[in-house]
Design a protein around this ligand. Structure first.
Ligand code: ADP
Ligand code: ASP
Ligand code: MG
Length: 437
């Protein structure tokens, strides 16, 4: 069985959903994971924001606008009165439910329920469309098998057991459809895998059922060698190793959710990034094959905070770094980059929810400086010690870009550089010119 995941743009209109139906009916049994139609999750976030401010009128305005959009989609998607009626019943029920939530006290519990509706609606609509086309399709509710544990991490054993038993209980279908992004948490409440999390659903399910392949269908022909939103003339990279893809996703290549490569890697299941708008394009193959002697791609991660601890006491001292790391650990704050010298250490974090407390604690060990609004730029490829010349090329490309931190050698496929937000686009462009042209 293959897992085929389609993102928001791929199911963003009735016509696109019809195209997706053609792609999933390829004569094989497929588990299809869908995102919400594009723009929907953003609208649901907007509704939740209004409700958390107790602004029910504005929330209802957004709800009504979104509902009207869906009425148009239903009219266009189905051709028979029977299915138009079923489609209308589906969205009426979902939007009545959303409206009923506006009458409740609003907490994060209600917020998660609202955010889950986009995927529930898109999969419900798509399933009905497959049935109207005479396709033998089953809709499997992700809330029955997608679950996170007490730490908010996917409970992979639970997922494995429950998706496999769900499939055993629903034998004989050609297409299984389920929701990306949404899950239950350790308490059984509705939750989600963070924005962009449908990719993660696909790879977790692919690993759980030991799929032949995980396909991530999106609006571009694979992973490009630089961020196409900021750099012109980027090109798709035809092959990536799991490690390269994981670094690119973690360090900001939006085409993949930051942690979605790991389940595929752990189970050695190939991942293909494919383009719904151009299904014949090769896209990107991600597998355990390692590619030698090349720079594959560049990515950028925004909203980074750098913290420098400057201490004469670090000189010749051991145990200093442990004490520093323990402070971050005690606030459950992961560190991305680090660079050290005899008199100081700089680290970066992207979760600043405990920044003030961390800085207070760090002050015990020396002077602390904080730089907000920084960007990590990662250059990813085969950077084993035997490959030489790449560091020179990287830094000569960046002659005109002020650099705050450099991290090289931590992994064999990543050089990371920290720059100010305003230097991000010039740095990305300079790197493309220096490394790929
Ligand atoms: P989906 O809705 O299908 O999940 P996303 O919008 O999350 O799609 O991801 C696809 C987008 O990622 C592309 O349209 C592109 O703008 C952006 N992107 C950022 N970096 C890259 C990259 N290196 N290669 C390809 N796409 C990238
Ligand atoms: N619909 C969710 C989002 O917009 C999840 C996803 O599309 O991957 O973030
Ligand atoms: Mg995405």
């Amino acid at each position: 069985m293959k897992v085929m995941k389609f993102g928001g743009t791929s199911v963003g209109s009735a016509q696109r959903m019809k195209n997706v139906a053609k792609l999933v009916c390829d004569g094989q049994t497929n588990l299809v994971v869908l995102s919400a139609m594009s723009g929907t999750t953003n609208s649901l976030v907007e509704i939740s924001n209004y409700l958390s401010l107790d602004n029910k009128d504005s929330a209802l305005e957004v709800i009504n606008k979104l509902y009207n959009k869906y009425v148009g989609h239903i009219e266009e998607l189905y051709s028979t009165p029977e299915y138009k009626e079923k489609g209308m019943a589906l969205i009426k029920e979902r939007f009545d439910y959303i409206r009923s939530i506006t009458r409740d006290v609003f907490t994060s519990f209600e917020e998660k329920i609202i955010l889950s509706q986009g995927e529930i609606i898109s999969t419900g609509m798509f399933h009905l469309y497959l049935l109207e086309q005479g396709i033998n399709a089953a809709l499997l509710p992700a809330l029955d098998f997608m679950r996170t544990d007490e730490n908010g991490e996917p409970d992979q054993q639970y997922i494995r057991e429950h998706i496999n038993s769900t499939l055993v209980q629903n034998p004989g279908y050609e297409i299984y459809v389920t929701q990306g992004f949404i899950c239950r948490n350790a308490f059984g409440d509705v939750d989600n895998l963070q924005r962009g999390g449908s990719d993660y659903t696909a790879s977790l399910l692919g690993a759980a059922i030991m799929a032949d392949e995980i396909q991530i269908w999106t609006d571009i022909d694979g992973m490009h060698n630089n961020d196409p939103r900021f750099v012109e003339n980027t090109k798709p990279v035809s092959d990536l190793s799991f490690d390269e893809a994981a670094e690119l996703a973690y360090f900001g290549a939006k085409i993949l959710h930051p942690t979605c490569v790991l389940p595929a890697k752990s189970n050695n299941i190939p991942v293909r990034l494919l383009n719904t708008m151009d299904p014949q394009a090769r896209g990107t193959n991600i597998s355990s094959v390692q590619y030698r002697d090349r720079i594959a791609a560049i990515a950028a991660k925004d909203n980074i905070t750098a913290i420098r601890i400057h201490s004469g006491r670090m000189l010749l001292a051991y145990g200093f770094l442990r004490k520093v790391f323990e402070i971050f650990e005690s606030y459950k704050t992961p560190i991305d980059m680090i660079s050290t010298s005899e008199v100081g250490v700089s680290v970066t974090i992207d979760n600043t929810s405990h920044l003030d407390a961390i800085v207070d604690d760090l002050k015990k060990y020396g002077m602390v400086e904080v730089d907000r609004n920084m960007v990590i730029i990662s250059i990813v490829g085969d950077l084993e010690p035997y490959s030489h010349g790449y560091a020179g090329k990287i830094f000569s490309s960046l002659t005109n870009v002020p650099i705050r931190m450099i991290s090289y050698g931590g992994s064999s496929h990543n050089v990371s550089i920290l720059v100010k937000a305003e230097d991000k686009v010039p740095a990305l462009k300079a790197l493309s010119a220096g490394l790929f042209e």
